[in-house]
Design a protein around this ligand. Sequence first.
Ligand code: MN
Length: 264
Amino acid sequence: MLLLPFERTTSHRKGTGQGPAALLAGSLGLELFDEELGRQTYKAGIHTMSLPSGRLSAEAYFPKVSAAVSRLLKLGKTVFSVGGEHSLSQAIIPPHLERWPDLSVLHFDAHADLRPTYEGSPHNHACAMFPVSRLCPVTQVGIRSVGEEEAHLVGQGKVTTFFMHEHRDLKALTRKVLASLKGTVYLSLDLDGFDPSVVPGVGTPQPGGFGWYEALDLLRAVFMSRRVVGADIMELCPGKHEVSSELAASKVLYRLMGWMLARQ
Ligand SMILES: [Mn+2]
């Protein structure tokens, strides 16, 4: 688990820099036994590593993130990254692509995140997937917020976009998502892909997202039929008096780890 407490460009509610610490705190509310998988996932060994961002800019911090991910992959580790803001995926995915050139990315998010730049920076959280979408196929699910300046990139080129309002039948959506993915997959999960009733603690919530079991059913289908080689969980923005978001974030991460082990 690679904790990346980086936050520079939040546009709505601030606090994603506290996301990794909150996810760890949330994990204290989890049973070590996974009730779906019937196993104690942690016994495989979960190591936690933090890469403090201090006052570094994205330009200075992202190469450090890429180097750390690259080093871990060379050691044969599976990297689960925890943000922090979603733009971090721009630094995490390229080392995975270097190792698995035939990778496709499953992008779970309320937002298309395809703007080439936003508010003057290509490293804004609203641009998370733009550089990735130039490098490898990206399948987007949960999408229900797109800016005019990125609309022409949605569903074009290497990008396959499944809008939430057009894909309400989960079984049909799952079939289409699987058909769009290659054999080796990286999951980039922005927690705002969930409905705000499930995970309210995000920087830029949008109504109409996935319910808990809808999301898990979709993700399980991917993890059980594809070789998922890495994942990130981004944009956790803890509230002062609300702890269910951090618990949900840690539970979904633990479940992803469990599925990966179950398939091996
Ligand atoms: Mn988002």
